[in-house]
Design a protein around this ligand. Structure first.
Ligand SMILES: [Cu+2]
Length: 159
């Protein structure tokens, strides 16, 4: 049956294209420290090393709020494990930070000596958003319209 094999390959093409398109358009959630979260004596430099951070991605800091916090600092403060009253402090225990701009970002824990002696410091480099950010209002509408165009193209090729 030629018609049934062509419709199943059409379905496969469709499924693959939707997956590819959604992965392009979707921002990534990074849980800092993965299962360990934001904690003492975890190597956040190693954790960040093999990851690529883009504008639009989100960092999640999970930790016991009685013990830790997250302070946004600059490069010098990061090196010295220092901060001032002007630095933004997050302290809910489940903080998320959406990366809004390219460049280096630095985060430390300001409790006790956690930054200086227990590696509670994270530096990342944020890159531009992944290819073809939509000039349209939302990423999902881009995916929808691209998927639609692809289906039409595939239907034409496969028919
Ligand atoms: Cu801490």
């Amino acid at each position: 049956m030629a018609s049934s094999s062509s419709s199943s390959s059409r379905l496969a093409f469709f499924a693959i294209s939707v997956l590819l398109l959604s992965s392009l358009a979707m921002a990534t959630d990074f849980v800092v420290g993965d299962d360990k979260g934001w904690t003492l004596d975890f190597d956040y430099t190693a954790w960040a090393q093999d990851k690529v951070f883009h504008v639009g991605d989100t960092l999640w800091f999970n930790y016991a709020k009685a013990n830790h916090n997250v302070v946004k600092v600059n490069g010098t403060q990061f090196k010295d494990c220092s901060f001032t009253a002007e630095n933004e402090v997050l302290s809910t225990g489940k903080d998320n930070i959406t990366l809004k701009a390219e460049g280096r970002k630095w985060y430390i824990c300001s409790r006790g000596n956690h930054c200086a002696n227990h590696q509670m410091k994270l530096v990342i480099t944020v890159e531009a958003a992944p290819p073809a950010p939509a000039p349209t209002s939302s990423a999902s509408s881009l995916v929808a319209s691209l998927s639609g165009a692809l289906i039409v193209a595939l239907a034409a090729i496969l028919s």
